[in-house]
Design a protein around this ligand. Structure first.
Ligand SMILES: [Zn+2]
Length: 170
């Protein structure tokens, strides 16, 4: 186990050799994730394992753990989002190789070597983030947002009620 994450990795060479790496990556270095965060402070713990499976597939598997600060889309306050990602990627050079990849691997198209570790981590993080992050506990929203109002369903016109009226007329 190498206790350091380099900025760049030669994926195929490391898969051929069989390598395990572990380290931290600053949130501030994840350029594509950064715009979604309400705070750039903190780091993620990353483990990477590169190797060759019995059927010859070169793979990159690993885990990403940590906490992100996202903006709740209901109350617009910051919320802590615990992240726990695990992935198993099969390295491929082309679409053709992608088609032959065993089902248990997600394809990772390697277009450039050495690959940027920050890009690899960003891709996996972006895949797991909620499209609309909201506090799971509504109470947190109400406590934080003093001017938050519960939408009053009664004041809205119920489209089904209109349909029901139409049906009665027929
Ligand atoms: Zn909220």
């Amino acid at each position: 186990m190498i206790e350091h994450l380099p900025d760049r990795l030669d994926l195929y060479a490391m898969a051929e050799a069989g390598r395990e790496l572990r380290g931290r990556i600053d949130l501030a270095s994840l350029e594509r994730v950064l715009p979604l965060l309400s705070s750039p402070d903190g780091a993620l713990q990353v483990t990477l394992e590169l190797g060759k499976s019995h059927d010859g597939t070169r793979y990159l598997s690993g885990t990403i753990e940590g906490t992100l600060s996202l903006q709740c889309q209901r109350c617009l306050e910051s919320m802590a989002y615990p992240l726990q990602v695990s992935f198993q990627l099969g390295l491929v050079h082309s679409q053709e190789e992608m088609g032959k990849l065993p089902d248990r691997f997600e394809p990772l198209l390697v277009s450039q070597e050495p690959a940027h570790v920050a890009d690899l981590v960003s891709d996996e993080v972006l895949l797991t983030l909620p499209i609309v992050p909201v506090h799971t506990d509504m109470k947190q929203c109400r406590e934080l947002a003093t001017d938050y109002q519960t939408p009053n369903d009664c004041q809205r016109e119920n489209p089904f009620a209109v349909l029901a009226q139409l049906k009665q007329k027929q």
